[in-house]
Design a binder for this molecule. Structure first.
Ligand code: VGL
Ligand code: ZN
Length: 196
């Protein structure tokens, strides 16, 4: 059984959004077109409370891109994005969301970020995505979505480490920075993830 795992395809990550990924909108139709090739479709949503630690405006005298240390882990500061129950956190209208079987919400704890759809960045809390997929008999996971070098990378690495046969469909992802994307691809490959 194989699942399509759509990572963070949400308005704030699309052109015009607060944390826009260039050409992020260009992957939506291609994703719609492959949905029928899968037994099951799961989508993650970045789903932050309004005072989330990753937001630059949660801190004094910081700017976007600054890295702070929170309880021993590095935290990049981002513009405020994907606040729970706002337009920015919604799926774009043209994503075929009626075909999505399950939505996984992540980044919901204000004190810690969660790039992966499986665990928070300290691996302290789980979203129960792994048990969910296993309960459905799923052994193969194809990852697509935004952003390649952040949430797609961490989600794919956790999927692989959880024992799923994991692939990333690179043409169905977009990222923020080409050097970081190239590095992320190598890191994913060294975690047994197949790039297709
Ligand atoms: C993401 C930065 C902050 C992502 C989420 O979806 O890649 N990046 N929150
Ligand atoms: Zn976020």
């Amino acid at each position: 059984m194989k699942t399509l795992l759509i990572v963070d395809v949400q308005n704030d990550f699309l052109p015009g959004g607060s944390l826009e990924v260039k050409d992020g909108d260009k992957i939506i139709d291609p994703i719609n077109e492959i949905m029928d090739d899968y037994d099951h479709i799961v989508a993650t949503k970045d789903w932050h409370p309004t005072d989330h630690v990753s937001f630059v405006d949660s801190h004094l005298d910081k700017k976007v891109g600054d890295i702070i240390n929170v309880n021993g882990i590095d935290q990049i500061l981002w513009p405020r994005h994907c606040v729970q129950d706002t337009f920015g956190a919604d799926f774009p209208n043209n994503l075929n969301h009626e075909k999505i079987n399950k939505i996984i919400y992540k980044g919901t704890n204000k004190d810690i970020d969660s790039y992966s759809g499986f665990y928070d960045n300290a691996k302290g809390a789980t979203t129960h995505l792994s048990e969910y997929l296993k309960s459905k008999g799923i052994d193969k996971v194809d990852c697509v979505g935004l952003a390649t070098e952040y949430c797609v990378k961490y989600t794919a690495i956790d999927a692989s480490n959880e024992g799923f046969s994991t692939r990333v469909k690179l043409k169905y992802t977009k990222g923020l920075n080409q050097n970081d994307i190239n590095q992320a691809i190598e890191e994913m490959r060294s975690n047994k993830i197949v790039m297709i």
